[in-house]
Design a protein around this ligand. Structure first.
Ligand SMILES: *[C@@H]1O[C@H](CO)[C@@H](O)[C@H](O)[C@H]1NC(C)=O
Ligand SMILES: *[C@@H]1O[C@H](CO)[C@@H](O)[C@H](O)[C@H]1NC(C)=O
Ligand SMILES: *[C@@H]1O[C@H](CO)[C@@H](O)[C@H](O)[C@H]1NC(C)=O
Ligand SMILES: *[C@@H]1O[C@H](CO)[C@@H](O)[C@H](O)[C@H]1NC(C)=O
Length: 435
């Protein structure tokens, strides 16, 4: 993620000491928690204009609902502390505290205005980033009360509260580019202070979480399954697994990489330079999963090879090309294209993983019905250019209605494939609370 591109106009804080901290020995001070749920659940709604996936979490005292953009690879929760942050339970993280080392803070700061959330002396800092616009700033690390619904996997249950949830203060300008009304980003990445790890350590549950995105309202589960979707389908069962990869150099990356070894379209392997599929020593290349990219992004040569193969396979199916509709490059007439339980009957795209398992992308996830009337179907992949840092970024549209589980302890990813095949969708969690 494009951290530290912009240090903005934020002059209040300056780093006086750069601390190199080792978090390996740090342990989260035992959270004071309300009760011990086995799992937690939040709804995730897709905004039709920005294509961002949004969630809402209650924070502060008195509690307020905070709208956030879900950032799968994000390092932590950050919220705007400049505007309307009032809370009697706000606690900045003091320099050299356990909290600062757990957060892998980048240093300590002084603030030259009256103390307020985001501006306190002798506190440590991090670089909250807007991963949509790739802007970041420096912000105070802090703790506050955070509440979220627990679940037994079937419906939401009692509210679970973490009294000292660690996050970073962002600034109002950092919200630019995010859906109006949003006040930060919920990072679900591979760090100790991202939401999944903080929840599992606060409640001592499995270091696992799952995302199930929808074009309407999907769901994120923290903790292990069951993840039950109506009518009574446990989506945690029958997953395919593949290892989560770490960048050889940038092991600090919070993002989730998987090992795609080849791409197959309607049974034919697409010729792709294999070096692009590996993560090199400069952490360039490879395949990651992202919720801030609305569509899958392919490096230029991969994009060209994949679109060519998709067009050829479509011709073989008598599917006719029509003029492209932005942001897509390849579109087809929907006339005469059959519809199946898995979406339009277009060529099947397979991402074959290093361990031999296959992630199938069927019509529902490969083509976008751009006019919402079935007339034009566009291949929902975009060109990331020749200098793409990551060769394949599997984006939101391709993830929708697939349950994807991240097992942090085992460092593996589980995926369900398109849930339509099991007669359910990611919009089918029963959010009717039992309490
Ligand atoms: C801040 O709070 C004021 C007063 O409650 C409200 O009118 C305003 O809309 C809020 N601003 C934001 C950005 O939430
Ligand atoms: C922080 O310390 C500086 C220098 O000692 C002082 O000028 C400033 O007022 C203090 N700020 C806060 C928020 O306490
Ligand atoms: C990456 O670095 C390792 C160890 O430093 C080296 O053995 C390997 O050949 C390098 N790989 C590439 C692709 O440069
Ligand atoms: C959803 O959950 C509520 C509360 O447990 C229950 O009353 C309702 O029957 C469930 N809905 C369906 C469709 O199963």
């Amino acid at each position: 993620m494009g951290m530290a591109n912009k240090y903005s106009n934020y002059q209040n804080l300056f780093i006086c000491t750069l601390l190199f901290l080792f978090s390996t020995t740090a342990l989260l001070t035992q959270a004071k928690t309300s009760f011990r749920p086995k799992a937690l659940v939040v709804p995730v709604t897709k905004d039709a204009s920005t294509l961002q996936y949004l969630t809402k979490i209650n924070q502060r005292t008195p509690q307020v609902p905070v709208k956030l953009v879900v950032d799968l690879g994000g390092n932590f929760l950050w919220v705007d502390c400049d505007t309307n942050y009032t809370s009697s339970t706000y606690r900045p993280a003091r320099c050299k505290s356990t909290q600062c080392s757990l957060a892998k803070s980048i240093g300590c700061g002084t603030c030259f205005s009256s103390p307020k959330p985001g501006c306190n002396n002798n506190t440590c800092s991090l670089l909250p980033g807007n991963t949509v616009t790739e802007h970041s700033t420096i912000g105070e690390v802090a703790q506050d009360t955070l509440s979220i619904q627990s679940t037994n996997g079937l419906t939401p249950g009692r509210i679970a509260t973490v009294s000292n949830f660690l996050f970073t203060c962002g600034s109002t300008f950092l919200l630019k580019g995010l859906k109006k009304g949003v006040s930060g980003m919920a990072g679900l990445g591979r760090t100790k202070i991202a939401l999944p790890s903080q929840f599992s350590s606060a409640f001592s549950f499995h270091r696992k979480f799952a995302i199930c995105l929808s074009s309407s309202t999907g769901v994120v589960f923290f903790g292990d399954g069951p993840y039950v979707l109506l009518p009574n389908v446990d989506a945690s069962k029958g997953l395919s697994f593949t290892p989560l990869l770490t960048n050889s150099v940038s092991t600090s990356s919070a993002e989730y990489f998987i090992g795609v070894k080849s791409i197959v379209i309607d049974g034919k392997t697409v010729t792709v330079k294999s070096s692009l599929l590996a993560i090199d020593n400069n952490s360039v290349g490879g395949t990651k999963i992202s919720t801030v990219n609305p569509y899958t992004v392919l490096e230029d040569s991969i994009f060209k090879a994949v679109t060519k193969a998709f067009i050829n396979a479509s011709v073989a199916r008598n599917i006719k090309r029509v003029a492209a509709v932005k942001p897509f490059k390849v579109c087809f007439s929907g006339k005469g294209v059959g519809s199946t339980r898995l979406g339009a009957a277009v060529p099947t795209v397979e991402f074959v993983m290093q361990n031999g398992v296959t992630w199938y992308v069927f019509g529902a996830n490969s083509v976008v019905d751009v006019h919402n009337d079935g007339s034009v179907l566009c291949l929902g992949f975009v060109n990331g250019g020749k200098n793409a840092r990551t060769s394949i970024v599997i984006g939101g549209y391709q993830l929708e209605n697939n349950l994807v589980q991240f097992d942090l302890a085992a460092s593996r990813l589980g995926f369900s494939s398109l849930l339509y095949g099991r007669q359910t969708t990611c919009a089918n969690f029963n959010f009717t609370s039992t309490v």
